[in-house]
Ligand binder design. Structure first.
Ligand code: BES
Ligand code: ZN
Ligand code: ZN
Length: 501
């Protein structure tokens, strides 16, 4: 099967020199600050002011954050105007802008709208880069729709481009980077949203090969089952044993900065379906999304290559299906890891840490990176602790942790650091092997990370548990229901800040 995902690109951005010079379009978005209810335009709006006076003055609209009002004027270049509240100007931040424009976009998502004029607000409370970033990310991220499996595809025309009124042509050109990043986010979302029967380990291989074929900055290599056996990745092989699909280790190298030797390895959990194994889950309804870490890695590659990110990193994806069958690996048995450590299986549902352990120690040995970052939908415990808004971060290095926390604030893919409490390590003790893959249920996310730490050489390491954030049960501002694409924007921001410092 040839992956088609990254052939689609987000809507484009165009520039209009002034409000009166804007082109004809299907809709116009006008943002308004709360309080004065004065219309905020990149330029004077002429006669349109009279049309908007009534809705702006009536109780119909208070300009609270994210509030949208549709007006149908006559004699304008657009038949529909969306007035969107920005909330109080002095409280504005990038996220408020993302949300407001995300809501505005969402309010026309079921309408037949292909071209949109957008009046960009002006404010002294946010610098222009952040403002434009908020506007563009809000619009593009909210535009994502997954309808691969719907018989009745929405008949609306897809948005082709946004014409921005207000910013300079150079500033609008700079938004190509945002488009490239969102392209990566979309790939991640598509991979995570699709059926587990479609997104198999082989499919992830196909996507990574296609990335390698399409971009000269990406080089892909695969360890298939036979190579895994030769190399001795016994834990990855064990987890993948019961499935009809063979496990694999995907390695994609991205080289975007030839002047630097700096090298990061990013690892992503690629469990394409998690039944729990013989320790079967009672409810596995969301477990086709257990490859969201792998999805984030592939989206990151696409975003990096599209935007020509100045960084060098290698993505390592251990991928397997945790299935139930005659060949499934067994609770109570002991399996040998790539690192040489033997692992007693206390629970076959703690499979993510097993395949990550092999991938992390393989990455340390083969690539000797400057730092190691992994993304994994690893524990239900992190969902209990932090919910769907915040990912769990556990790290052996303070600088790395701080940089990721900062990138999380900027992108609003927030992360919260949990401590690696050494005392809990004793719970992973095994009487028959070097280590056991589970401890008691308290502090489950930390114990999972402590298990992983046993497989890492002395290299700065950060682990992001995205079990709660990779997929959300209902739409949130500009983030659609289910796959969020978390990790792509976070890592792009992290790398960009590194290359800038
Ligand atoms: N894939 C799950 C974690 C998960 C839970 C992801 C909820 C997304 C939403 C993971 O493989 C798992 O099953 N973890 C177990 C570990 C336990 C057996 C120690 C868990 O969290 O219950
Ligand atoms: Zn599991
Ligand atoms: Zn899992």
């Amino acid at each position: 099967m040839k992956p088609k995902e990254f052939e689609t690109t987000p809507p484009a951005f165009r520039h209009a020199a002034s409000f009166s010079a804007r082109p004809k379009a299907d809709a116009l978005i006008i943002p308004v600050w709360k309080g004065g209810k004065k219309v905020e335009f990149g330029a004077s709006i002429g006669k349109l002011g009279t049309t908007l006076r009534h809705p702006m003055k009536s109780d119909e609209f208070s300009a609270s954050k994210n509030e949208c009002l549709h007006v149908f004027p006559s004699g304008q270049k657009e038949s529909r105007i969306i007035i969107v509240g920005l909330g109080e100007e002095k409280k504005v931040d990038i996220e408020a802008i993302r949300s407001a424009f995300g809501h505005a976009l969402q309010s026309i998502s079921k309408k037949n709208v292909a071209t949109v004029n957008v009046s960009v607000p002006q404010t002294s409370f946010l610098d222009e880069d952040d403002l434009l970033r908020g506007v563009s990310e809000g619009l593009l991220l909210a535009d994502y729709q997954f309808e691969d499996y719907a018989q009745e595809k929405s008949k609306k025309s897809k948005i082709k481009y946004f014409t921005l009124v207000g910013p300079t042509p150079e500033a609008v050109k700079g938004l190509e980077k945002v488009r490239g990043i969102v392209r990566g986010v979309t790939l991640t979302q598509d991979l995570v949203n699709q059926n587990a029967d479609d997104v198999t380990p082989q499919y992830l291989i196909d996507v990574s090969r296609a990335l390698g074929d399409q971009f000269s900055s990406i080089h892909t290599s695969i360890l298939n089952k036979k190579s895994l056996q030769e190399e001795g990745l016994g834990l990855l092989l064990a987890v993948g044993r019961g499935a009809a699909h063979e496990p694999a280790l995907i390695v994609c190298r991205y080289k975007g900065d030839r002047s630097s030797k700096d090298h990061t390895v990013v690892v992503g959990k690629g469990v394409t379906y998690d039944t729990g194994g013989l320790d079967k889950k009672s409810n596995m309804i969301t477990m086709k999304r257990d490859m969201a870490g792998a999805g984030a890695c592939l989206g990151l590659l696409l975003a990096a290559a599209t935007t020509k990110l100045k960084a060098n990193f290698t993505v390592v994806i251990p991928t397997a299906e945790n299935a139930i069958g005659a060949k499934s690996y067994k609770p109570g048995d002991v399996y040998k890891s790539f690192s040489g450590k033997s692992v007693e299986i206390g629970n076959t549902d703690a499979e993510g840490r097993l395949i990550l352990a092999d991938a992390l120690s393989y990455a340390c040995k083969r690539y000797k990176p400057d730092r190691l970052i992994d993304f994994a939908t690893l524990t239900g415990a992190v969902v209990v602790a932090l919910g769907h808004h915040v990912s769990g971060l556990m790290a052996t290095d303070d600088k790395l942790a701080e940089d990721l926390i900062l990138a999380g604030e900027k992108t609003y893919e927030r992360v919260c650091r949990l401590p690696l409490v050494d005392a809990y390590l004793s719970e992973l003790h095994s009487d028959i092997a070097d280590i056991k893959n589970v401890g008691g249920r308290e502090a489950g996310s930390i114990k999972a990370a402590l298990f992983l730490r046993e497989f890492i050489d002395d290299v700065p390491w950060a682990h992001l548990d995205i079990a709660g954030t990779a997929s959300i049960p209902s739409r949130r501002d500009y983030i659609p229901k289910y796959a969020t694409g978390v990790g792509v924007r976070l890592m792009m921001e992290y790398f960009e800040n590194r290359s800038a410092s």
